[in-house]
Write a protein that binds this ligand. Structure first.
Ligand SMILES: Nc1nc2c(ncn2[C@@H]2O[C@H](COP(=O)(O)OP(=O)(O)OP(=O)(O)O)[C@@H](O)[C@H]2O)c(=O)[nH]1
Ligand SMILES: [Mg+2]
Length: 305
């Protein structure tokens, strides 16, 4: 949508939300500073009890390319990103990026995203599921769920993207300026899907580049099993609102396949929360199949009349 232009990297801000990332903060800051010295970093810390916020202040005091926002209490990733986006948009950053603190998103690959922005993209997603993308050290069960979730989302929304839940992203400022942050869905990590879907629907240039996603080595995941359920309920709603009847036919074709994949996955052997989530994906696929079938039959009988 936006015409290609050169984006100077000193107008780029990488937003890194943190909660209890004391071991990871030194590593990620150093890696970003070394890989892309012109880029600015904004750490958004939610009063981590382990002192991550204080350490971030120390770095910001020594390095004018490092900035910090402190929020009063742990309030989720969407809130942290909104605070970071607003901070960046109030200043003159042209490109705003999302990156996890735990090393899953390699700073050494940030240039792949920024090159596409410079080439005219409005949103670039670092994707695990386009050719060349990969995950390293992810338990098979976790990858399976993520892949299934993304297949489901892709079929439900038809946005033409392979990894809409991915959190390694670069946004051109005009795209973020067009978004009403108050409207974004906060169920689980679904805001990532919401943001990408809005961009596609509004005709922005959205691209994916392959990345290597590496499971965290230090610290704990803040992920909660309910995210899959909450997210898929939302996605199904959007899909049914926006998809054409023809597309619903495609849903009819693919959902039994997804369901079979889940059935074959041996979910009993994976941890309880993930197991529940996986069977939920199966249930959702089944439900969606029923709705799609109902809608398609309805259309067919209307045509016959
Ligand atoms: N400021 C802030 N940061 C958060 C919050 N929840 C998670 N984060 C950060 O967001 C990033 C992603 O969180 P993770 O716990 O790694 O979630 P994940 O990557 O989905 O899960 P894993 O794959 O298990 O690591 C990390 O940098 C976290 O420190 C929050 O409530 N507030
Ligand atoms: Mg992580």
């Amino acid at each position: 949508m936006t015409s290609p232009q050169t984006v100077k990297s000193d107008t780029t801000l990488v937003i890194i939300p943190t909660f209890n990332e004391i071991e990871n903060l030194p590593l990620i800051t150093k890696r970003v500073r070394e890989a892309t010295p012109e880029v600015h970093i904004l750490i958004v810390d939610d009063s981590s009890p382990d002192g991550t916020g204080e350490l971030a202040d120390e770095y910001a005091g020594k390095d004018d390319h490092v900035h910090v926002i402190h929020r009063e209490s742990k309030d989720g990733l969407l809130g942290a990103y909104i605070a970071g986006f607003k901070w960046g948009l109030e200043r003159d950053y042209q490109v705003l990026c999302e990156m996890d603190a735990d090393g899953s998103h390699a700073p050494e690959q940030l240039h792949l995203l920024l090159e596409q922005i410079a080439d005219g993209a409005d949103l670039v997603i670092g994707s695990r599921y386009v050719p060349g993308g990969e995950t390293v050290n992810w338990p098979a069960s976790r990858e399976y769920l993520s892949r299934l979730g993304n297949i489901y989302i892709s079929v439900a929304l038809g946005a033409g993207l392979s990894d809409m839940t991915a959190g390694y992203r670069a946004f051109r400022r005009e795209l973020l300026e067009s978004i009403n942050f108050d409207e974004l869905s906060d169920a689980g990590y679904i805001f990532q899907v919401d943001l990408a879907f809005r961009a596609v629907k509004d005709g922005f240039d959205v691209r994916e580049v392959p990345i290597t996603f590496t499971e965290r080595e230090y610290g704990e995941s803040k992920l909660d099993g309910s995210f899959v359920k909450d997210s898929l309920v939302e996605v199904t709603k959007w899909g049914l609102e926006h998809r054409s009847e023809q597309a619903k036919d495609a849903v009819e074709d693919i959902t039994p396949v997804v369901k079979r994949l889940v059935d074959d996955s041996g979910v009993t052997s994976i941890p309880a929360k993930l197991g529940e989530a996986a069977s939920f994906v199966g249930d959702m696929a089944g439900e969606m199949w029923k709705i799609a079938k109902f809608t398609v039959n309805d259309v067919r009988s209307n045509i016959k009349r």
